[in-house]
Design a protein around this ligand. Structure first.
Ligand code: FFO
Ligand code: GTP
Ligand code: MG
Length: 461
């Protein structure tokens, strides 16, 4: 079927592999004119059997010029990623080949370039994926560490989506019982409806609370644990960041006030993504540039998941430095200049500090203690991200919706156990709880949510 001149072409195409040169580049197509496009590109050949890799010459249908010899994969609706007719051209990965095929596809009737995330959007709209799975696709592509990938894969497999749909089904059942009682108060539905439905509502509310009480570990794993490295000028912050990163990222000098900008570096600690932020040393200063650096340092420290306080024990009182850095319980403390301290310094410093903080003594010059520090950070990061495969909630969007569902459910439960229950109000609260859950999986309000979610996708996904 072709598209009329006035409506937007319904068959989309895009390169699915990254730009640049590669052994193979994949261009994918999806939509009703996919087969027509394959026929146009492979003159004289039958359409490939669905799902069977087939070698075909790809040619410009106007000039007849052969562009590539490629593997073609054809999918027929609904058995494809998008649920539509779809195809992949697995080309030689040279820029000229890809550009020529893209140019030819753009000339074919009914075809247009895909927008970011449009293939996955179609998978959602055709009911093949819920919103949590679509988000998981984006997360899996964005994953830099094994932990992030495992969490995304669990979500793609329905860990969150299935649970939310189970809760929703139970709430719908409860609501149906309430509504039956409203509609037929004198009939077979037992009188003490509160007695049967209230315990179920309490049970679900308890499950909501358990899910929400995850310390944001799923979001932290997805986004990476943010660690602000803070302390006095010359404490050794930049030296420490360079040592942990294994690269000279920040400038190190013996002049206090060297670092001004916040410098971020990404680490992979045992599968957990961690962002270290080197910051300007904290002090009062008349230099307006350094003042701005100190302001930024304090802001980053306040927002971070952890503040790693760096202290030079030769010149600085630990308690003062920690207070200045706005330290919170559990934040790690690192003493530098281990190469210049007596052997018993660690015990003395530990005694001075008290027990609320993990503490490591390092030398940025000899590297002593750096392994201990990396291990301590990995342990802290694992604790903050729940360890293993992460949590069910991986985004603020899920948390906000589940929070709303929990509030509505609590209202329903309270209404139901009231001495004079107003069942209409209870039913309304349960509807609101169901709607909030439905927004997580995309069963309601889908159109409204799609743009926000697919904005972050790459083209071709
Ligand atoms: N070459 C290639 N590799 C890829 C993808 C792709 O689209 N192309 N994927 C995606 O980007 C991922 C795989 N995801 C996919 C999910 C479903 C279907 C699919 O055809 N589903 C049909 C048939 C299922 C079956 O045979 O079991 C269906 O669900 O009906 C294809 C790929 C990762 N690797
Ligand atoms: N001996 C010794 N010197 C160190 C150690 N750590 C840092 N230094 C030195 O201390 C000086 C300051 O180090 P930096 O890493 O620039 O300190 P900073 O905390 O980033 O300083 P600002 O950016 O000014 O806030 C440099 O001369 C480093 O070589 C250490 O463990 N042992
Ligand atoms: Mg510095």
């Amino acid at each position: 079927m072709t598209t009329s001149a006035t409506s937007r072409p319904r068959t989309i195409f895009a390169r699915a592999t990254p730009p640049g040169r590669g052994a193979v580049a994949i261009i994918r197509l999806s939509g009703p004119d996919t087969d027509a496009a394959l026929v146009a590109l492979t003159p004289g050949r039958a359409l490939p059997e669905p799902r069977l890799a087939s070698l075909r010459r790809i040619a410009d249908p106007v000039s007849g010029r052969v562009i590539d010899e490629a593997l073609v994969l054809r999918f027929t609706a609904p058995a494809s990623y998008t649920g539509e007719d779809a195809a992949e051209l697995q080309l030689h990965g040279g820029p000229a080949v890809v550009a020529a095929v893209i140019e030819v596809l753009g000339r074919l009737p009914g075809l247009r370039p895909a927008e970011a995330g449009e293939f996955t959007r179609r998978a959602v709209l055709s009911g093949r994926m819920d919103l949590t799975a679509a988000e998981a696709v984006a997360d899996l592509i964005a994953a830099d560490t094994a932990g992030q990938a495992a969490q995304a894969l669990a979500q793609l497999g329905g860990r969150l989506g299935r649970q939310v749909e189970e809760w929703r089904a139970r709430l719908i059942r409860a609501a149906a019982m309430i509504e039956a009682e409203i509609d037929f108060p004198d009939e077979e539905v037992p009188d003490g409806i509160a007695l049967t439905v209230a315990p179920e509502l309490e049970a679900i509310a308890t499950e909501f609370r358990a899910c929400l009480a995850d310390g944001r570990s799923g979001e932290r794993l997805r986004e990476g644990v943010v660690v602000a490295v803070v302390g006095r000028p010359n404490a050794g912050k930049s030296s420490l960041v360079n040592a942990l990163a294994g690269r000279e990222i920040a400038i190190v000098t013996d002049r206090p006030g060297t670092t001004r900008d916040a410098i971020e570096v990404a680490l992979d600690l045992d599968g957990v993504a961690l962002t270290l932020i080197d910051t300007a040393g904290l002090r009062d200063t008349d230099d307006p540039v350094e003042q701005e650096g100190v302001r930024r340092a304090r802001a980053r420290a306040a927002e971070a998941d952890l503040r790693l306080v760096v202290i030079d024990p030769e010149t600085t009182d630990p308690a003062e430095a920690m207070a200045e850095a706005g330290v919170l319980p559990g934040d790690p403390i690192v003493f530098t200049r281990r190469d210049r301290l007596a052997g018993d310094a660690a015990d003395r410093l530990r005694a001075e500090m008290g027990g609320d903080h993990p503490m490591v003594l390092v030398s940025c010059v000899t590297g002593a203690g750096m392994g201990d520090l990396a291990a301590a950070l990995a342990g802290l990061a694992a604790g903050l991200t729940g360890g293993g495969e992460g949590a069910m909630i991986t985004r603020a969007r899920h948390r906000a919706a589940l929070d709303q569902a929990a509030v509505a459910l609590d209202a329903a439960a309270a209404g139901l156990t009231h001495p004079l229950p107003m069942l209409e109000l209870v039913a309304e609260d349960l509807r609101r709880a169901c709607d909030a859950l439905g927004r997580i999986t995309g069963r309601i309000d889908v159109e409204h949510l799609l743009d926000a979610i697919f904005r972050e996708f790459c083209i071709g996904k």
